[in-house]
Design a protein around this ligand. Structure first.
Ligand code: SAH
Ligand code: SF4
Length: 445
């Protein structure tokens, strides 16, 4: 049978979809990249922001229409929105056959079989609190190719940020045993993967029977063949001294970090339930910079949270200036049903949210341009990931997270360069990437 998976939302969802594909492939499915011809259509939904939720539900509606012409289709609505809505999804989109929360992907093949046989609707939501067979312990078995891979180290979240639905749809935090993580990374490295990104909602809160996140990073630093380690998303409250110092001495730990701050106003942070102040965040940034002076720090910011005044917002702009973020994912606050913040009015008008978002973009765009300009003339260590923007070019990522395009070096081909580390001098800035030229003679590692 053929299956098509449409993914919405964050990297964790992207990774979950990869693992769903892996589980289905092991059960004889062929994964297709278009819905046409597939018997099983899977929507891996997101509900973090209202917009994501609308997108997922309208995709389910669109795919559902296909059932009018084909009675052998099975539609699976999976992910965070599925967990949140449960059986209500059947009322919204009657064409859906199976509603599946994120803790039940391991049973997907048997559940698909069941709904196809019984021709009835079925939902599986709720959290497994670390039972054997838990999705977290299911290592991908399929052939993992490529230069870079995601590795889950924890799932769920036990924070209570007042705006956020994640703890309600992903359950409490649960950690994967450090031995399992190391084993998976070792096997990835043996198969040619050179860079791993560790995933978790508060990834740096990791603590498995006394092994801290910094301990885990130190163990991964010794995995033969592994060149780079990244992680997302850390919470500023868990940026321990040990972790910050790891950036200074672990060779594999890349000099870039995505550290969501959400607001530059301590008053707002308190109301958001973030459990740190703007001053604490500034200190973390300072310490990261003294541990690793060339580190690039990016962040997430919510504008127009309930009660945010112009003054609060200006403090956010001030923090962006001072922290010199290399990138900001910015979002207009949207109220999510069931979250603690629904007790307050969503009182910043939509027009004002838009204005604040635009003002934030003006500031961050300037800073990003300045930071990128500083990179011109520098030599970056680029991990080649594929063909570049133009024919005859390669593309890859530098350790600091920047995307670099450069001509295939003399004596090399796309095939021979793929997965190699090459020193590239940055020659000019492009809108979303850097253009460079390999240092000759090429030292491809
Ligand atoms: N665990 C991560 C974030 C997960 S959600 C962390 O703590 O940083 C990804 C981002 O979506 C958040 O960082 C936040 O900026 C944004 N977000 C979450 N809920 C939101 C809401 N109700 N409205 C607008 N943005 C939201
Ligand atoms: Fe949501 Fe906060 Fe948990 Fe991040 S840390 S997932 S924002 S509750």
């Amino acid at each position: 049978m053929k299956a098509y998976i449409k993914t919405f939302g964050c990297q964790m969802n992207v990774h979950d979809s990869e693992r769903i594909a892996d589980i289905l492939s092991r059960h004889g499915y062929e994964i297709t990249d278009a819905p046409r011809g597939a018997e099983v259509l899977i929507i891996n939904s997101c509900t973090v922001r209202e917009k994501a939720w609308h997108k997922a539900i309208s995709e389910a509606g669109r795919l559902g229409v296909r059932k009018r012409d084909r009675d052998d289709l099975t539609i699976v609505f999976a992910g965070c929105a599925a967990q949140q809505e449960g059986d209500k999804v059947f009322k919204l989109i009657p064409a859906v056959d199976l509603v599946l929360g994120p803790d039940h992907y391991g049973q997907l093949p048997s559940l698909i079989e069941r709904v196809r046989e019984c021709k009835s609707q079925l939902s599986r939501v709720g959290f497994d609190e670390g039972r054997p067979g838990d999705f977290l312990s299911l290592e991908p078995q399929g052939k993992r190719t490529g230069t870079s891979a995601f590795v889950t180290v924890m799932k769920g979240c036990s924070e209570r940020c007042t705006y956020c639905i994640v703890p309600f749809v992903r359950g409490p935090m649960r950690f994967r045993p450090d031995d399992d993580v190391v084993r998976e990374v070792e096997s990835l490295a043996q198969n040619g993967v050179r860079e791993v990104t560790l995933l978790g909602q508060t990834v740096n809160a990791y603590n498995y029977e006394g092994a801290s996140f910094a301990d885990l990073l130190a163990r991964l630093d010794r995995v033969p063949g592994l060149e780079r380690v990244r992680f997302t998303s850390p919470h500023p409250g868990y940026m321990t001294k040990e972790l910050i110092e790891s950036f200074g001495h672990l060779e594999t730990l890349c000099e870039s970090i995505h550290l969501p701050v959400q607001s530059g106003s301590s008053r707002m942070l308190r109301r958001m339930g973030r459990r740190y102040t703007a001053e604490h965040f500034r200190e973390v940034v300072e310490k990261l910079r003294s541990s690793r002076p060339d580190i690039l720090i990016s962040t997430d910011i919510i504008v127009g949270f309930s009660g945010e005044t112009q003054e609060d917002f200006e403090q956010t702009l001030g923090l962006i200036e001072d922290a010199r973020f290399s990138g900001v994912f910015s979002f207009k606050y949207s109220q999510r049903p069931g979250t603690p913040a629904t007790k307050w009015r969503d009182d910043v008008p939509e027009e004002e949210k838009k204005r604040r978002l635009a003002a934030l973009h003006t500031v961050i765009d300037r800073i990003v341009d300045e930071l990128r300009a500083e990179l011109v003339g520098k030599v970056l260590d680029v991990l080649v990931e594929g063909p570049g923007r133009n024919p005859g070019q390669l593309t890859g990522r530098a350790r600091n997270g920047q995307i670099v395009n450069f001509p295939v070096p003399p004596g090399m081909t796309l095939g021979s360069a793929l997965g190699k580390l090459i020193d590239v001098e940055v020659v000019q800035l492009l809108p979303h990437s850097l253009e460079g030229s390999a240092i000759l003679p090429v030292r491809a590692r």
